[in-house]
Ligand binder design. Structure first.
Ligand code: PLP
Length: 418
């Protein structure tokens, strides 16, 4: 049985919810799929880093450098515990986009003799529901290496069509890169089948966990994936920090993506060798305060409990989906039940352009996302230029769902399309 969190209490942790919005309305934030709001503990952790410990990590021999390094490495330990990883498998990046590019470029930099090298005729498999961040880096890698891109289509009800699983992930496949949860449809993909087929053909599985790690428990070892990427800012953490996780044995074999300071073992005028992972992948002074803030964010989520957050979001889905389906003139884009789906709802309203709908909802303090959601191929498949998307998180409640429904009906009246 799904149950709701005590949102009124929890919202007190998020200063932004005391902001008065247009028309003296309260903030009804339904855009967490794009970025989440931040609790005070995260803001304080960043501030505390700057006011008490600020120094470049891993460099100086002074007290501040020591404290900064401890805080930074402490954050790495928290991330590792949160996703069931080994500490040295966790790499800080500036976000999921960088993490996914890191994987693609690193693989592209492999020596021809490496088992990671991509050759002409090899295959990289994605899906039609990928965010551009988990599509374009693979297209680019394919173009640089002569590999081909293949993809799983999306069914009319917004699921991955796996009927051709064995021929799409074929013996030539080297990489399968799939989103855990679609940022447009809310669909949670059936990873077990995909991962077992990926490993059957000896390929590597990359999980875009941007929309899953913030919303439900994800354990990299349990899933038996090879690589994972997510962004801190969607998980109540700061902007400017993300995670690339890879299995230790793979990280040891991989080439760096960015080179420079802090990632070397030794350097001569002609050449350099690399430090072991994770430092091999962390060139330059990292986003230290942001990493520490991410540690605080994961502490915050853990204290509430990822299962409790998942249950809360499912309860909202159970409540909202039937109401969306019953609204005349509204088409829900994505699965029509809360089974294997998150609380992300894309929809089209007859006679109202998504941007116009977004602006009318904004008049009531309701923040939704409108447009293509960085998923053009999916928009083309769905035959729409864009959608309106309402994405819920731990600080949303049923009153927010009611406000959304009322807002849509008001917009329909305003545009005289009812
Ligand atoms: N993948 C998915 C599924 C996303 O939803 C997003 C962001 O919306 C990304 C990747 C890219 O994340 P970022 O822009 O934080 O790098």
């Amino acid at each position: 049985m799904n149950s709701l969190l005590d949102v009124a209490h929890l919202k007190e942790d998020f200063p932004i919810f005391s902001k008065v919005m247009r028309g003296d309305n309260r903030l009804i934030y339904l855009d967490s799929g794009a970025t989440s709001q931040k609790p005070l503990s995260v803001l304080n952790a960043e501030r505390d880093f700057y006011t008490q410990h600020n120094s470049a990590v891993h460099r100086g021999s002074h007290l501040l450098a020591e404290e900064a390094s401890e805080a930074f490495e402490g954050a790495r330990e928290k991330v590792a515990a949160f996703i069931g990883a080994e500490v040295d498998e966790v790499v800080f990046t500036k976000g999921a986009t960088e993490s996914l590019n890191l994987i693609a470029y690193s693989i592209g930099n492999s020596a021809p003799s490496s088992r990671l090298a991509i050759k002409p005729g090899d295959r990289i498999v994605v899906s039609e529901m990928e965010h551009h961040a988990n599509l374009i880096p693979w297209q680019q890698l394919a173009q640089r290496t002569g590999a081909e891109i293949a993809w799983f289509p999306v069914t009319p009800d917004g699921r991955l069509d796996l009927t051709e699983l064995d021929s799409i992930i074929n013996e030539r496949t080297k990489i399968v890169a799939i989103t855990h949860q679609s940022n447009v449809l809310g669909t949670i993909n059936p990873l077990e089948q995909l991962i077992s087929r990926t490993h059957e053909v000896g390929a590597l599985f990359v999980l875009d966990a941007c929309q899953s790690v913030p919303h439900f428990a994800v354990d990299v070892k349990e899933l038996q994936i090879d690589f994972l990427a997510f962004s801190g800012h969607k998980a109540v953490g700061p902007t400017g920090v993300g995670i690339f996780w890879g299995r230790a044995a793979l990280l040891a074999e991989m080439e760096p993506f960015l080179t420079g300071g802090s990632m070397i073992e030794s350097v001569t005028m002609a050449d350099a060798t690399w430090a072991p992972a994770p430092r091999k992948f962390e060139a330059g002074v990292p986003n230290m305060a942001q990493a520490v803030g991410l540690g605080a964010a994961l502490d915050y989520l853990s204290a509430i409990g990822m299962d409790a957050i998942e249950s809360h979001e499912s309860a909202i889905s159970d409540y909202l989906i039937p109401q969306l389906l019953a609204l005349p003139g509204l088409t829900l884009i994505g699965p029509a039940s809360s089974e294997s789906r998150g609380a992300v709802f894309s929809f089209a309203v007859d006679g109202i352009h998504p941007h116009d709908l977004g602006q009318v909802l904004d008049q009531s303090g309701i923040a939704v996302r409108t447009g293509h959601h960085c998923a053009w191929p999916l928009m083309r498949k769905l035959g729409v230029v864009g959608t309106t998307r309402a994405s819920f998180y731990l600080y949303n409640d049923l009153a927010d769902a009611d406000a959304l429904i009322e807002g849509i009906v008001s917009a329909q009246k305003y545009f005289k399309v009812l």
